[in-house]
Design a protein. Sequence first.
Length: 129
Amino acid sequence: MKHVLNLLWFIFGGLHVAINWFLASLILAVTIVGLPWARAAFNIGVLSFLPFGSFVVSREDVTGKSDIGTGGLGLIGNILWAVLAGWWLFLIHFFYVIIFGVTIIGIPFALQHWKLAKLSFFPVGKKVV
């Protein structure tokens, strides 16, 4: 079932969303200062291709130890990310949440967009499993 949902996701907006994440990653990689966030944006772009069956968790929960992205510097990085890039990615996902959420058949897609919308504010220190 998740394969069918991922295929429908890709057709009905997943490609558009992934392109936006990859664009954000590219822009961040070009600016030397944005390199720490470019990897997070790229990983979320990959997630936005096939979100069904994937979960986002803290890297600390996966590895069992704290690192630079899950500590205080990660919080600062997430705040900077939210102000500089996260808000427009959030708006794209939130637009899709509203569009898909008004129909019963679109609710699973709205929930996936909501997962990505929340992640667009705080991507640093997260891992896709």
